[in-house]
Design a protein around this ligand. Structure first.
Ligand SMILES: *Cc1c(COP(=O)(O)O)cnc(C)c1O
Length: 420
């Protein structure tokens, strides 16, 4: 059930009253709705029907173990970018055989662990990485499954920080160099070429860049076949957008139907790596107003969540909807909603028309993706608790950090008493 407003004007998350959740678990608090994640997964899976496909959830969007567990339970594979994410997938009961390993800088230890666990493939991002994987596989006497991440040089039309498919960014192998690298890979005794991958950016709200990129990729697939390199899968990456502020991203159905013709008559498995689209709408960050203050003619609402809890507004200038949750007796004003962190960039939203007083509860919407997973302990702030609502149940899926958690592993120096 999407977030809704009750008859009394109070925000409900699934079947639960936001204020009651905040009182029970404290704030700031991330709330995820199991039903929304599940329905997203099922609708994408259904859209792919008739195509041999695998949905590999991009773990970095939200790596809470319960979220991974839920998706594994639904049959998902996973797109990972570190050994840490691989460990999370395994801890959550995910199948390493359904894991694709992306990222421009995989360490030897991470490669070894992925080989040991038998992942589906490495999405290789450079010639140097290909050789590193080959040498580690040779030393262990195993075959490493590899797929090249090609950079098709299409403009995804998103924020420069989240666009990855253009020639001048660090991701992937330029598509015109890929043929030579595939031939090199195919000649290595300890590499098995399994597929091809491209991920062109995030928060795309039109299908056209996906179609353009896939067209270029399929052209390369055909060229490879002429050189007797036959691929098993095409990975179309992630990037499907959500509606933060009235954007109208394609539905799962529209997305798949736009790509389907290019798979016609081919024996290729299609892999996709959605992150944001599966989890953004299912998550809400609840935060309480600590105080209201005015500086000159600007009104500030200082809340207990900050950029360390939710970085997107400070990092990308991302606009996220901030809603009142009830209790709206006060006068309406334009507020900058800011956190307590000592950085001018620290804000959750600017110029928001809200009715607030100290103690009011606010909800930052669409916070399920790149929310908690980008959080930090900057300013020695314990990170929020995370709960999952599931019909009439609520599960605490990550307890709030304590100050002891934050100092864990640190040691003091053996200083002797200071001289006079
Ligand atoms: C981040 C990322 C994704 C997921 O992107 P979304 O925009 O969240 O769907 C998929 N694949 C790769 C390689 C990524 O880096």
């Amino acid at each position: 059930m999407p977030p809704s407003t009750s008859l009394q004007g109070r925000l409900r998350l699934g079947q639960h009253d936001a204020e009651a959740l905040a009182e029970r678990f404290g704030t700031p608090l991330y709330v995820y709705d199991r039903a929304l994640i599940e329905s997203r997964y099922r609708s994408l899976d259904a859209a792919f029907s008739g195509l041999r496909h695998r949905i590999c959830y991009a773990v970095k969007a939200n790596s809470n173990l319960a979220v991974l567990q839920l998706l594994a339970h639904l049959g998902a594979g996973f797109d990972i970018v570190s050994g840490g994410e691989l460990a999370r997938v395994v801890a959550a009961g995910g199948d390493p055989g359904k894991v694709v390993f992306s990222g421009v800088g995989k360490s030897p230890a991470e490669i070894e662990e992925a080989l040991r666990l038998g992942i589906h493939c490495f999405n290789v991002e450079s010639a140097a990485e290909l050789d590193l994987i080959a040498s580690i596989a040779a030393a262990r006497g195993v075959l490493a499954p590899v797929s090249l991440r090609v950079n098709p040089d299409v403009d995804a039309g998103t924020h420069p920080y989240i666009s990855t498919g253009l020639r001048d960014n660090k991701f992937g192998v330029p598509i015109e160099e890929a043929l030579a690298l595939y031939r090199h890979a195919a000649a290595q005794p300890y590499l098995r070429v399994t597929g091809i991958d491209c991920h062109i950016g995030s928060q795309l709200v039109s299908v056209q860049p996906f179609v353009d990129a896939l067209q270029r990729v399929m052209h390369l697939v055909d060229q490879l076949a002429e050189h007797d390199i036959h691929l098993g899968h095409v990975d179309i990456g992630g990037g499907l957008g959500v509606s933060y502020r009235g954007e109208q991203p394609p539905s799962a159905q529209d997305y798949v139907e736009a790509l389907r013709p290019q798979f016609h008559g081919r024996q290729l498995q299609i892999i996709c790596e959605p992150g944001r689209w599966l989890v953004a709408d299912a998550g809400t960050l609840l935060t309480r107003v600590l105080c209201l203050k005015d500086n000159g003619d600007r009104h500030f609402a200082v809340v207990d969540a900050a950029m360390n809890d939710l970085l997107r507004p400070a990092l990308y200038g991302a606009w996220m909807q901030i809603r009142e949750t009830g209790d709206v007796a006060a006068e309406e004003r334009l507020y900058d909603v800011v956190g307590p962190v000592c950085e001018s960039a620290d804000h959750l939203g600017k110029d928001r028309l809200l009715r607030l007083r100290a103690g009011s509860l606010l909800a930052v919407m669409q916070a399920g993706a790149y929310g908690f997973s980008m959080s930090s302990n900057y300013n020695t702030r314990p990170r929020p608790a995370e709960v999952m609502v599931d019909a009439d149940q609520v599960y605490l899926v990550r307890r709030r950090e304590t100050l002891a958690d934050l100092m864990h592993g640190e040691t003091l120096l053996p200083l002797t008493a200071a001289k006079e």
